[in-house]
Write a protein of this length. Structure first.
Length: 245
């Protein structure tokens, strides 16, 4: 081994020691554990990276612990990403700080809770908003009849899109943007759950959450991803039952 190799190995060892200290702190937090757990998930679209903060609402203290940039660079920067993945893929380097099945289970709990707490939205286009606004204004009696016949959940969603304070103005584009961002975060959270659940250890908390979780009535939101999530939950519960017998 020549001098250049010696220098590289020394730097690698320093990085590994640095990374181990960071991961030790991150693994003490369930949200940060979930963030680390998706490092091997391919998130190639910049729009998906931009909404990670929607799923991981990190406090200032939590942000300060993410010194390896799992929220951004570990996914986007190809050279750095490969460097991080090499660390996790080599048990001699990551040692006890590898992503264990227990840590994946912690992450799965986090994602199920996020999905369960997410209010699925009906996100109409701006033209649809204008049309409904004019319909409500010109024929209020017919509008009330439509709402009475609508499914209660959808009626509530439609009412959210009405301007309660000033009916002459339409809802702001910023509000629409936030709704779209929330929907995209929900879809990505489903992907994250599908990624971690098959690798998760059996735990009582995760088993209870998986058995109790049901999706809302707006089945047209991410139907394919929901179906895959349901399938993975069923597999997990079957595995839990088998191991418990």
């Amino acid at each position: 081994m020549d001098g250049a190799d010696n220098v590289y190995m020394e730097q690698l060892q320093r990085f590994d020691h640095f990374a181990e200290g960071i991961l030790e702190n991150m693994y003490s937090d369930s949200c940060l554990t979930a963030l680390v757990s998706i490092v091997t998930l391919e998130i190639t679209e910049f729009a998906d990276l931009a909404i990670l903060p929607e799923i991981f609402s990190l406090s200032k203290a939590q942000h300060s612990l993410d010194k390896l940039s799992f929220t951004f660079s570990a996914h986007l920067a190809s050279v750095y990403r490969r460097f991080i993945l090499d660390f996790f893929e080599d048990p001699r380097r990551c040692g006890i700080y590898t992503l264990t099945r227990e840590r994946y289970a912690t992450a799965a709990v986090y994602f199920i809770q996020y999905i369960s707490n997410h209010v699925e939205q009906i996100t109409p286009s701006l033209s649809t908003l204008k049309r409904k606004h004019m319909h409500q204004k010109n024929t209020p009696w017919l509008w009330r009849k439509i709402l009475q016949k609508a499914r209660s959940s959808e009626a509530a969603q439609i009412l959210q899109w009405q301007l309660l304070k000033n009916r002459k103005r339409l809802i702001s584009r910023r509000g629409i943007s936030n709704m779209l961002k929330s929907d995209r975060a929900f879809g990505l959270a489903l992907r994250c759950l599908v990624h971690v659940l098959p690798q998760s250890a059996i735990s009582e908390e995760l088993t209870i959450l998986a058995s109790q979780h049901t999706f809302g009535p707006l089945s047209r939101k991410c139907p394919d991803r929901k179906r895959v999530v349901k399938e993975e939950m069923a597999r997990y519960l079957a595995r839990a039952e088998q191991e418990g017998s």
